[in-house]
Write a protein that binds this ligand. Sequence first.
Ligand SMILES: [Fe+2]
Ligand SMILES: [Fe+2]
Length: 299
Amino acid sequence: MTTTAQPPERVAERLLRASAEHEWDADTALDWDTPLLEDAWYAPPELLTLYGTDLWRRMDHRQRIALSRSEAAGLMNAGLWTELILMQLLSRYVAGRDFADSRSRYALTEIGEEVRHSLMFSRAAERLDGGGHGTGVPWSRVLGVTTPALGRGPGAFAAILTVEEVNDYWQREAMRDERVQPFIRQVCRLHVADEARHLGFARSELLRAVDGLPAPRLELHRETAGIAMALVCSRHFTDPRIYRAVGLDPREAQRQARRNPHHRHNLLRFGEKPVAFLTEAGMIGPRQRHWWRRAGLMP
Ligand SMILES: [Fe+2]
Ligand SMILES: [Fe+2]
């Protein structure tokens, strides 16, 4: 394995110092009155699930902008939903170990940061689509309860890491894109800065958790992480509510999005980093590849 692992205590201490330097508050860090510009995109158009499809070709510019607004709001909702699960997984992680060391303190710090992200996503979703719903993805209610109850150890950190990497890729593209609303770019910039630390922690904890794990238990963690990703990860991009909100037939839109080579290519780009890391760390074995392919994150 070429991944070099620093002792997790040292990683946690470094991350705690970095977190203390980057403290912010969702109410004040963002200019909530930034006007929404009439002609600006809410997401880079090339990242939209319907980009380049027949439905897309039939839309005029205003409809495409409206779709970008709905897809951005959908990602805020999906982001908040995953934050709720991550916070529970991190709480369970702390509950099962020494409360009084740097790794537990960092996990608690990360929970605090996920709370401010959730507050930011909640307000942003309300501004973009008026709120009124969580996520419309099938299974999300069941998974919202079962994942925190069952997820632990390397399987939990693999799921945390993948969800954060996928979200991170989308947000980095949006934050750099001058065609995108300044408001969206602000949200993405604030989130991405914190997530870099969270990813460092997830990688460090995952490497420690797989180290010396007996083969049958490792296989179980690989399997649960793969199933969770197949059921959740890419589906949030094609939440039927996103399409219904802009007057599209949700089934037809979903069908076209899932077959869309642009969208499929984007999912592969989002998955490239976490899949490479998890494969190298031994968390994706030959028997799990089909789950990761089904999630759209692996070729
Ligand atoms: Fe977050
Ligand atoms: Fe995070």
